[in-house]
Ligand binder design. Structure first.
Ligand SMILES: *[C@@H]1O[C@H](CO)[C@@H](O)[C@H](O)[C@H]1NC(C)=O
Ligand SMILES: *[C@@H]1O[C@H](CO)[C@@H](O)[C@H](O)[C@H]1NC(C)=O
Length: 535
C-alpha cells in the first residue's frame, strides 16, 4: 500500500521534472548573413541545437547557403524578389574583376576613387536590399505576431547587415552579436575606445606600429569609414527606424551598441592587442576542429608527395576564379615545386598546369590543413581559412583580393607566419621563390606558426564552449545589461568631457584675465600716486 502511494506521490514530481526540461531549453531566433558568414553562424546554430535549445532561422527566399530544411533548426522564409549581390556568385565574380582592374592602377588617386565607388555602390545596393527585407517582415503582421508569440529568449545575429538587430528591437528581445564587422566598420570601433595611433583602421593596411605618414593614413581611412557609414550604409536603415520606431530617436548603430553581448570572432594571436569592453567575448577560431582522415583518393595523392609534402590552395567560397593570366602564372609556379599541390579551382584548366598539381572543385580544407604532410596554405586571406591555418600550425602565403583580406594578411605577416603577394603583379619567378622560402624549414615561418598555434590552443575554455556558455548566460539572465557601458547614449561632447574641459579652461582664463586686470589697475594706481606726490 505505502509503496503504491509513494509511487502515486512520485507522479507529480516526475511531471514537474519533465516540464522543467523544456523550460530550461531556450528558444533562439537567428538572423544570419549568407555566404562565408553563414559558415560560422551555422556552427553556433548546431552547437545550440546539441545543447537542446530550439533554434529558428530567418532566411530570405533567395538565400544561397542557408538551407530551408535542416535537422538543427526550423526556418522562416521571407520573400525577396532578387538575391542580395553579395550572395550571387556572378555578381561577386564581376566585383572581383573590377577590383583587380582597379588594383592595377595602384596608388593613383583615380584608382582610389574607383575603389571607393566600386565598394560603396556594392555596399549600398546590399544594405538597401536588406532594409527592404526588414520592411517586408515588419509589414507582415502575421509574421511579426507569430514571432512575438514564440517568446524567444534572445536574437543572435551578424550585424554586418543589421536586419536582425532591427528585428530584435521590434520584438524587444535581448541581442547577442556574432560579429567582426558592423555596418560602420570593424566591430570594436563601435563600442571600445580605439586610439588611431596604434589601432589600425580597415583598408589602411597598417599594423599596430605606425610612423607619422601611416598615422595620417590611418586617420584618413577612419574618416572614409565614417563617411561610408553615414552616407552609404546607414540611410536605408535610418528610413526603417524612422518609419517603425520613434523618429529621430532610434538609429541602427545605437541599437548595435546596445547589444547585450558581443561574440567577437577575434583572437589576439591574430588581431593586434587593443582596448576592449566587458561585454565582448572573444571567440576567434571557434569554427576550427580537429581534422578527420581524408577520403582515400586524396590521402593517396597526399602520400605520393613523399618527404616534400603538399601545398594547399583555396580562394574561399565567395570568389569563383581569377582571370586566365593570373591562373597561368600560379600554375607555372606550382609546376616548378617538388611538392604536390592541391588547388581548389573553379575556372578553366590552366595550360601550364604541372603534373604535380591536382585541380579540385572542392576540398576538405580543415582536414587537409590538419594533415601532417601539408606544408603551406595559399589563401586569399579570409578569416575562416586563417584561423584554420593557425589552429593547425600551417604557414600561409596570402594573395588577398578584396575587402578586409589585405588587412588580415598584414596581421599574419607581422607575426612572421606569412608572406603576402599582390595578385595583380604576380610573376612566376617571385611566386616560386616566395613559396620556396615559406617551405624552407631553415626559415622561421613554420616555427613561428607552430608557436602561434600553441598560444591559440593554450586557453581555459574552447571558444565554441565559451560562446555557448555566454549565449545561455544571456538566456538565464534575460540580457547582460550590467556588462554594457552606457557611453553610446552620451552626446559626443559629454563622451569627450568637452563641457567640463570648456568650464575648466574658461575658469582658468577668467582667473588669468582678472589677475592681469588687477595688476594693471595696481600699476596705474601706483603711478597716479607717485605723480601726485611729485606735484
Ligand atoms: C506573412 O508571414 C506568414 C507567416 O510566416 C506567411 O505565411 C505569409 O505568407 C506572409 N505573407 C506575405 C504577404 O508575405
Ligand atoms: C612529371 O613531369 C616531370 C617534368 O615535367 C617529369 O620528369 C615526370 O616524369 C613527370 N611525372 C609523371 C608521373 O608523369
Amino acid at each position: 500500500m505505502t509503496v503504491m502511494w509513494s509511487c502515486v506521490a512520485l507522479v507529480p514530481v516526475l511531471l514537474l521534472l519533465s516540464s522543467l526540461q523544456p523550460s530550461e531549453a531556450g528558444r533562439v531566433l537567428v538572423y544570419p548573413v549568407d555566404g562565408s558568414h553563414w559558415l560560422n553562424m551555422r556552427i553556433l546554430v548546431e552547437a545550440l541545437h546539441t545543447q537542446g535549445h530550439q533554434v529558428t532561422v530567418l532566411r530570405s527566399s533567395t538565400s544561397w547557403y542557408v538551407a530551408e530544411h535542416s535537422p538543427h533548426y526550423t526556418s522562416i522564409t521571407v520573400p525577396q524578389a532578387q538575391p542580395q549581390n553579395i550572395e550571387s556568385q556572378e555578381f561577386m565574380a564581376h566585383f572581383l574583376k573590377r577590383s583587380l582592374e582597379i588594383q592595377r592602377g595602384k596608388g593613383s588617386p583615380w584608382a582610389f576613387l574607383q575603389f571607393c565607388g566600386n565598394l560603396f555602390s556594392m555596399l549600398r545596393q546590399n544594405q538597401e536590399m536588406v532594409a527592404e527585407l526588414v520592411v517586408t517582415m515588419f509589414e507582415n503582421q502575421t509574421l511579426m505576431r507569430d514571432l512575438k508569440e514564440a517568446e524567444y529568449d534572445l536574437v543572435l545575429t551578424d550585424p554586418v547587415f543589421p536586419a536582425g538587430v532591427l528585428v530584435a528591437h521590434y520584438l524587444q528581445l535581448p541581442l547577442v552579436l556574432n560579429v567582426r564587422w558592423v555596418l560602420s566598420g570593424e566591430g570594436h570601433f563601435a563600442i571600445a575606445p580605439s586610439p588611431l595611433s596604434y589601432v589600425p583602421q580597415v583598408f589602411s593596411r597598417n599594423s599596430d606600429q605606425m610612423n607619422f605618414a601611416q598615422r595620417l593614413n590611418n586617420i584618413f581611412y577612419h574618416c572614409l569609414s565614417y563617411y561610408m557609414y553615414r552616407y552609404v550604409s546607414n540611410p536605408p536603415y535610418q528610413a526603417v527606424c524612422d518609419r517603425y520606431f520613434a523618429p529621430d530617436e532610434v538609429d541602427v548603430i545605437s541599437l548595435i551598441q546596445g547589444a547585450d553581448l558581443w561574440l567577437m570572432r577575434v583572437d589576439f594571436v591574430f588581431e593586434f592587442p587593443r582596448p576592449t569592453m566587458p561585454n565582448v567575448v572573444y571567440t576567434g577560431g571557434f569554427q576550427c576542429k580537429p581534422s578527420k582522415p581524408l577520403p582515400a583518393a586524396l590521402e593517396d595523392f597526399v602520400q605520393s608527395s613523399g618527404e616534400h609534402g603538399v601545398v594547399v590552395m583555396s580562394l574561399g567560397t565567395l570568389l569563383g576564379g581569377l582571370g586566365p593570366e593570373i591562373t597561368e602564372v600560379i600554375a607555372s609556379a606550382f609546376a616548378r615545386l617538388p611538392q604536390k599541390v592541391m588547388w581548389r579551382h573553379l575556372g578553366e584548366r590552366p595550360l601550364s598546369l604541372g603534373n604535380n598539381t591536382l585541380l579540385v572543385k572542392w576540398l576538405p580544407q580543415n582536414d587537409l590543413l590538419g594533415h601532417p604532410k601539408t606544408k603551406v596554405f595559399v589563401t586569399h586571406g579570409g578569416t575562416n581559412g586563417i584561423y584554420e591555418a593557425i589552429y593547425h600550425g600551417v604557414p600561409v602565403l596570402g594573395i588577398p583580393l578584396i575587402f578586409d583580406q589585405f588587412d588580415n594578411m598584414v596581421r599574419m605577416k607581422a607575426r612572421g607566419v606569412a608572406e603576402v603577394m599582390e595578385v595583380t603583379t604576380l610573376e612566376v619567378e617571385s611566386l616560386t621563390q616566395t613559396l620556396m622560402d615559406i617551405l624552407d624549414e631553415e626559415k622561421p615561418y613554420r616555427e613561428n606558426m607552430r608557436r602561434l598555434s600553441r598560444l591559440h590552443h593554450d586557453r581555459p575554455i574552447e571558444p565554441l564552449d565559451s560562446a555557448i556558455f555566454w549565449l545561455e548566460f544571456v538566456m538565464r539572465h534575460k540580457g547582460a545589461a550590467h556588462l554594457r557601458t552606457e557611453s553610446y547614449k552620451m552626446p559626443w561632447y559629454v563622451y569627450h568631457n568637452v563641457d567640463v574641459l570648456a568650464l575648466l579652461l574658461g575658469s582658468a582664463l577668467l582667473v588669468l584675465v582678472l589677475f592681469v586686470v588687477s595688476c594693471m589697475c595696481l600699476v596705474r594706481g601706483l603711478r597716479k600716486r607717485r605723480k601726485s606726490k611729485l606735484e
